[in-house]
Design a protein around this ligand. Sequence first.
Ligand code: IVH
Length: 673
Amino acid sequence: MSTSHSIVEDRIKQLRDELNRHNHNYYVLNAPEISDREFDMMMKELESLELQYPEWDDPLSPTHRVGSDISKGFGQAAHIYPMLSLGNTYSIEEVDDFMRRIRTALGSDDFEIVGEMKFDGTSISLIYEHGRLIRAVTRGDGERGDIVTDNVRTIRSIPLQLQGSGWPDHFEIRGEILLPWKAFDKLNAERAYNEEPLFANPRNAASGTLKMQNSAEVARRGLDAYFYYMLSEDLPADTHYANMMEARKWGFKVSSATTLLHNIDDVDKYIQYWDTARKELPVATDGLVFKVNSLWQQLNLGYTSKSPRWAIAYKFQAERALTRLQHVSFEVGRMGIITPVANLEPVLLSGTIVKRASLHNEDIVRTLDIHEHDMLYVEKGGEIIPKITGVESADREPGAKPVQFVTHCPVCGTELRRIEGEAAWFCPNKYGCPPQIVGRIEHFVGRRMMNIDGIGEETAQMLYDAGMVTGIADIYDLTRERLLSLDRFGERSAERILQGIEDSKNVTFERVIYALSIPYVGETVAKKLARAVGDIDTLMNMPVSDLIEIEDIGPRIAESIHEYFAVSANIHNIERLRDAGVQMSMPVEATVEKTDLLSGKTIVISGTFTKHSRDEYKELIERNGGKNSGSISKKTDYVLAGDNMGPAKLEKAKSLGIPIIDESQFLAMINMD
Ligand code: IVH
């Protein structure tokens, strides 16, 4: 075998490995590292090598599949017509080639093109029968996808019942589900606040949201959808454009950019126009799509194994700049996570000056192979946040050293740790590392937590530096005299803070839990916890096995809560907060009539119910003089069991000989049957 052959074989293998890795990053991890264009280039190179050297072909090569977004937890359905992808082009010349191929294949100049936006979201197939939405299925592997009807129903711009008339009894419509920029910014701001990983772009946010198990959360996030393809045995018109205009009348969102084009000049103008105008759109787009209008001509042109011959995508060029790295700084967050940040020579990109860009974690610094003072490519493609996409190694200074990730916390000097399987390094000195402490103080006083007016980022730092507030409980020891002893504090600002502290004593228990900065306990989890446990003592003493029985609490959160309460400093702080008057339990409904039918009885609720909600049962226990507890112990008098009671709880109740009652029996006990 010749050397050139083995070089080819190596290259093929390398491309396959790389493409498989990027496919995984994109579809499974929702964290792409390279642009679509780079991905397409590699795919094209591999396709052409496999064509030239069929002896190296492999049925498992990434060229033979179209990725998959199938995830566990959803039922699946086969697509009636497979969901294909589109060929990509990057220049007007390539689009011109496409038009030429059509002309040749049809043997005629007589065809129209429909120009459309290429929406950068996640594709969806909707099935309508007799004007009603029956099913929504994701693209999956193109043949089968996940049934996400419940989540899709929450999208307000999708018609559940069609308007007007003239729709086929059975049809499918395809489109793109998107998270508009505004909703994306809001979601990421919340996630940044909770130190949850950010979505890199609205596409990942949309597909992540669509796959959530909790459709209420899906509804809250504000997805939107645009439609661009109708399929049926019985279509209303014989052109794509007319079908789309019909769909619009029935209530579907069809982009106003959808336009009939007659020749390459029209196409050129359309590209020129949308290249800039798309920046004003409320949703992310990554290009344009050109489709042959006549359905007869589409039928004539047919398909390749992966995409239609009658349509092509034109991808917009991401805006990119080259600038010099000044240095990499390492920042410590509230949870101790270390983030490397590239500090850049200021450069203008898409209308804003970029000086800093997050490098996210060590793996990314390594993959990019960044050396000191390198020239870096900064891009703002689908991402709002500037992203370092590469290094111009030709411009590397001689002798420049690779950027080293710090081994110790840049602030407190503690040796960093990394959780196995996670990319982030963190400073384990939770209770001694200043930015972590100040971060927790800032979080505690925040608007959605204790809402202590008058203490912001700067004041929190100042109070910490003065040694006055070195932990959350110290806030309640602040006095007028102490505040006035600080520079820049006048009567009014001191008064404002003291009033804020006083008001914070009425903040609900749910928000108190959120305010504590328990790792992985964000706003939603805090609410769930507060409602499930009722008071802090129950929560503090709950074993992991009981915590995981609470709705939406998985093992990672349960472990984290357990660990938090195992630290005596945390318990001590909570006692001080309690003594200061901070709410440590859910309020007992003051207005409802009370009885003592359950006086002295401790009842544990488990499972799901039909007649009343869990929360209502909890309230009924308390209203009748009983105590609701989250975990089963010798002190438990009854277990109120619904459907799907956790096996661990059942086992425990049985072994302790505690009577298990169902909802009817319980309601009879309090004369509500
Ligand atoms: S048509 C058979 N039109 O791009 C042709 N697709 O790369 C089906 N997309 O999976 C697709 N905007 O998720 C079409 N105006 C548009 C589109 C569009 C976005 C997405 C879609 C598809 C992918 C193909």
